[in-house]
Write a protein of this length. Structure first.
Length: 537
């Protein structure tokens, strides 16, 4: 069930990601790494940040264990719990939206102080932010519906909704082509809002299939809501560390040379592709599976499911991260280098992709271990890990980003002072600019995984770590063989599409062959699954 659900979500997510890259390609062609692009990405990060803090990440981790408990008492009880929690979510996100709109100028000053000296850019961010802030309501409902459907073993609805949303955004980007950059940016912002609404509507058929009737309840102070709030409060920090790193990265990048925000955004989009295709899909299926095992006190099943998820994460993510590192430049050129996105932007984005690739495995494995804590209704431990990871990120970023641009803002002055203090303690200022910020994210991800594994190992007793370690070492060895083949045989001087195609094929074939030679259990399971699919076809 775990691998089947992951396969369904991964396939739909792959389609969504491909459409997402088409969308990003159109945005890059329209705006490049210009003032308008920086303004759009900063404005879009505001509702995404609020979503991560108060809704999607924290909500999912708090909702699934509560919903699973209600489901154990019958479908009717689960239905009532869902309606009560959904009403609470709508109220919470509506309040956040209103507060965000009122205090938007102050929010922009905090997350992008470097925009203070450019009134036109600041005004544009405010206009875009007010349009897109209600997006948090829609995307939070999507997260809630997806969590409920996954618990009811109906997989893929959320990924399908994202496919439809990306189609809406692509249509918006195409409609924006004839317009000047400012109007085109506003059209993109409206498309985000419309896409969020479409995502919610797209969930309705799956809800009917699962016997779930979305609706509202007047009882928002029920025990289920109070339990969700209790779990959400610490999970707000613990489950949102990655987005918080992005937020701080945006703040720091806004103090660097123009284009830094956009380079990091495009690099993050590329580096998130393997995580979105596999890790997020697996994690979305893993949490309800672990929650059910925990509710039934089935430790053997709990450990087996978690161990399997970690093994396959290493098997899939390590070669993908290696491929991103090797093909960063031709891949960026293929995806984005056209229109206003020039070769300099390609090189800057590719260097950030390589730095982010170093942390992909840690980020993916960390999300699996964190699901084990959440399934047992422990949201405090991920919070503590998140706080430590955040401190590591900030320290590393200040040490690695190099000198910041001069700015009269209080935030910039404070950051400059902190930077001088950190560099005295951690003299690692050889890496400069946005690449240093990307590398700091990878350092923080590795720290998070290390802490999570240590804590889980101390509590889990006889957990089967050996299969995970063996699979990871085998994946590293096979990826090393892959890197050697790709480095020696890929025509990097050829057009980007040729380099990427040849490199991808050589990488996939060499990794699979090396895995077979190393007797990888994950490779055997993958081949077995492929044979069954071919036989059914």
């Amino acid at each position: 069930m775990l691998l089947r659900g992951t396969a369904i979500v991964s396939l739909l997510t792959l389609v969504s990601r491909i459409l997402g890259f088409v969308r990003d390609l159109l945005v890059a062609r329209l705006l490049g790494a210009s003032l308008f692009a920086d303004a759009f990405f900063v404005a879009f990060r505001i509702p995404n940040l609020l979503r991560s803090f108060a809704a999607e990440g924290a909500l999912t981790s708090a909702f699934i264990p509560v919903f699973s408990s209600a489901l154990s008492h019958g479908k009717d009880e689960a239905q009532r719990a869902f309606k009560r929690i959904a009403t609470f979510v709508i109220c919470l996100t509506s309040i956040l939206t209103i507060v965000g709109i009122i205090f938007l100028p102050e929010v922009i000053s905090i997350i992008a102080p470097g925009f203070r000296d450019d009134p036109d850019k600041r005004a544009l961010v405010e206009r875009l932010g007010r349009i897109m802030l209600p997006y948090i309501i829609f995307v939070s409902l999507v997260a809630l519906l997806n969590a409920a459907l996954n618990t009811l073993k109906v997989f893929g609805a959320s990924a399908w909704a994202q496919v439809i949303m990306n189609l809406v955004l692509i249509v918006g980007a195409v409609c924006a082509i004839p317009f000047e950059p400012e109007k085109a940016t506003l059209i993109l912002a409206v498309s985000v809002l419309v896409g969020g609404l479409v995502q919610v509507v797209a969930q309705i058929p799956a809800c009917r299939k699962a016997g779930l009737s979305p609706g509202l309840s007047s009882n928002v102070a029920s025990p289920e809501v109070r339990e969700v709030i209790r779990l959400m409060l610490p999970a707000t920090v613990g489950a949102s560390v990655y987005q918080l790193n992005i937020f701080i990265s945006t703040l720091l990048a806004s103090l660097l040379v123009e284009g830094s925000v956009s380079w990091l955004f495009y690099a993050d989009r590329v580096s998130q592709f393997p995580i979105g295709i596999f890790s997020v899909a697996l994690a979305s299926v893993l949490l309800p599976t672990l929650a059910n095992a925990s509710a039934s006190a089935d430790k053997a099943r709990f450990d087996t499911v978690l161990s399997d998820s970690l093994r396959f994460t290493s098997f899939v993510i390590i070669p993908m991260a290696t491929g991103l590192w090797l093909l960063a430049t031709p891949l960026t050129s293929l995806l984005f280098e056209r229109g206003a996105f020039d070769h300099h932007a390609t090189l800057m984005t590719a260097s950030a992709i390589q730095a982010l690739a170093l942390g992909l495995w840690s980020t993916s494995c960390h999300s699996m271990v964190v699901r084990a804590f959440m399934a047992r209704k422990d949201t405090i431990t991920p919070t503590l890990i998140g706080v430590v990871s955040l401190l590591i990120y900030v320290s590393s970023a200040l040490a690695l980003m190099g000198p910041i641009a001069e700015s009269p803002s209080h935030t910039a002055s404070l950051i400059s002072s902190l930077q001088r203090l950190v560099v005295q303690v951690i003299p690692l200022n050889e890496v400069r600019g946005h690449v240093g910020l990307a590398l700091a994210s990878s350092i923080a991800a590795t720290t998070s995984l290390t802490l999570a594994i240590i804590i889980h190992a101390s509590r889990s007793g006889a957990f089967p770590w050996r299969p995970f370690i063996r699979s990871t070492l085998q994946a590293v060895g096979a990826a090393g063989c892959m890197a050697l083949v790709v480095s020696l045989c890929t025509p990097f001087e050829a057009p980007a599409i040729v380099s990427c195609s040849v490199g991808a094929v050589l990488g996939a074939v060499s990794y699979c062959l090396a895995s077979v030679c190393l007797r990888s259990e994950e490779m055997k399971a993958t081949l077995s699954l492929f044979k069954r699919l071919v036989a059914r076809a």
